[in-house]
Design a protein around this ligand. Structure first.
Ligand code: ARG
Length: 471
């Protein structure tokens, strides 16, 4: 028997190898909820405009609801001969309802159908990822509050640079994550446009009401050009790009914490619950979750590359290549969702080794830049001040002491302006206290930002709903 969805035109059967090669049911079965929801909205619209009767619509809605329940319960039979999720659901409906089932595909093509299903899936995935980003941001705020007194060495080029409050460090990730939320929200606006009604590529001569379908499915707008609507995958590219940036943010942080949890750094204790041991070395406690968050970013970047190359050079309108869009979209969203979830667990359970960090703050001349700025405040040109402090650093380094430990003679030998006052500005806590500028690690500034973020990210009086799941 040739495929019932297009059999009229064919006399020979599909080669079973072709059926196996062209199937997508093995991965697009994930779209069953979205496919049923879109079909129900479509059927109701068909009834509304008189293309089917209300009674037929009721039967279709009932049938689709039962099919959805069967798939959810894992009792629905899948078969590669039926190719994809759309044909499985429609064929099951026809089996149940006969000719009434054969009316559902009126004014619709799988081209606009799959675009609609994928948009619905991506929209839900974005909401789930957004909820998880907020969860991680809250974990960072809590981390900041828990380590409010801790001063960290700040790094550039992974070399000790200037001191920063641990809270300032935590808020840096809150900011990055907020930009991730912004990218997802922006992309969601373009995701939330209805392609259904574009039909195969040119629209339909039948009197459909696309506004009604958009409204029923929660879309903000109806796509205005059928050729564009049935072929557009920009929304998927954008969503996966936004996921890739999240993944890279997480990978950078994970790398940092892999380093920080080494004996060499000793900054951080990770909870046992997120570490694993070694089967041969009894003493080991490995930061595997951080390593895998770092490692899984490769998948998401690969997903983005996959999609970019997939759509390159495709002529209008639908091309079967587009069937290959689903796996990278699913994978990117699911991978990022799981990384975010685990990142929140790691951040929530991590403890900075405050004593060890404090004991090491004298190393690396973290106060040198502040001293230079003090000299600038006393009227010395920046270039000169830089050079003077550079000389002090060289001197201190050669003697193995801190800047504060230089003698008065050593200070004065570099410049007459360098008197005993210098000592009262040196030391890491004083250096931190000296910061002033907006966005700096100045304690008052960090307190202000922490309070603002806490206010912003604390759910209003009503308890927050459980985080949405990624479908
Ligand atoms: N499974 C297909 C996909 O994911 C559905 C659309 C098929 N359209 C077609 N004209 N063969 O892209």
């Amino acid at each position: 028997m040739s495929n019932q969805a297009w059999g009229g035109r064919f006399t020979d059967e599909t080669d079973p190898r072709v059926a196996r090669f062209t199937e997508s049911i093995s991965f697009d079965h994930k779209l069953f909820e979205q496919d049923v929801a879109a079909s129900i909205a479509h059927a109701r619209m068909l009834a509304q405009v008189g293309l089917i009767t209300d009674a037929e619509c009721a039967q279709i809605v009932q049938g689709l609801t039962e099919i959805r329940a069967e798939i959810a319960a894992g009792v629905f039979p899948f078969d590669v001969a039926r190719e994809d999720i759309h044909m499985h659901i429609e064929a099951a409906l026809i089996e149940r309802l006969g000719d009434v089932g054969r009316k559902l595909h009126t004014a619709r093509s799988r081209n606009d159908q799959v675009a609609t299903d994928l948009r619905l899936w991506v929209r839900e995935a974005i909401d789930g990822i957004d909820a998880r980003i907020q969860g991680l941001q809250r974990a960072w705020l809590e981390f900041a509050a828990r380590h409010r007194e801790v001063i960290l060495p700040g790094y550039t080029h992974l070399q000790r640079a200037q001191p920063v409050l641990a809270a300032h460090y935590a808020l840096a990730y809150v900011e990055k994550l907020e930009r991730d939320r912004g990218r997802l929200a922006d992309c969601r606006r373009r995701v939330n446009v209805l392609p259904l009604g574009a039909a195969a590529l040119a629209g339909t001569s039948l009197p459909i009401d696309r506004e009604q379908v958009a409204c029923a499915l929660g879309f903000d707008a109806v796509a205005a050009n059928s050729l564009d609507a049935s072929s557009d995958r920009d929304f998927a590219l954008e969503a996966v790009f936004a996921c890739a940036v999240v993944a890279l943010h997480l990978a950078g942080w994970a790398e940092e914490w892999v380093l920080w949890s080494t004996q060499e750094f000793g900054f951080l204790s990770l909870p046992d619950a997120v570490c694993t041991g070694s089967s041969i070395m009894p003493q080991k406690k490995n930061p595997d979750v951080c390593e895998l968050i770092r490692g899984k970013s490769a998948r998401v970047v690969a997903d983005l590359t996959h999609l970019l190359v997939l759509v390159k050079g495709l002529p209008l309108a639908y091309n079967r290549d587009l069937q290959e869009d689903k796996r990278p979209v699913f994978d990117a969203c699911e991978t990022v969702a799981s990384c975010l979830e685990l990142a929140a667990v790691v951040v929530a359970g991590a403890r900075l080794n405050a004593a060890a960090i404090a004991a090491g703050l004298d190393r690396g001349f973290l106060d040198a830049t502040t001293l230079m700025e003090q000299l600038i405040g006393r009227g010395i040109p920046q270039r000169t001040a830089h050079e003077l402090v550079g000389k002090l650093v060289a001197r201190a380094e050669s003697r193995g002491v801190t800047l504060a430990e230089l003698t008065e003679d050593e200070l004065r030998a570099v410049h007459p302006e360098l008197g005993p006052w210098v000592r009262s500005t040196l030391g890491v806590p004083r250096a931190v206290a000296a910061f002033r500028s907006f966005g700096s690690t100045a304690p008052a500034e960090v307190d202000r930002q922490l309070a603002a973020w806490t206010e912003r990210l604390t759910p209003a009086s009503a308890p927050s709903p459980p985080p949405a799941t990624v479908p």
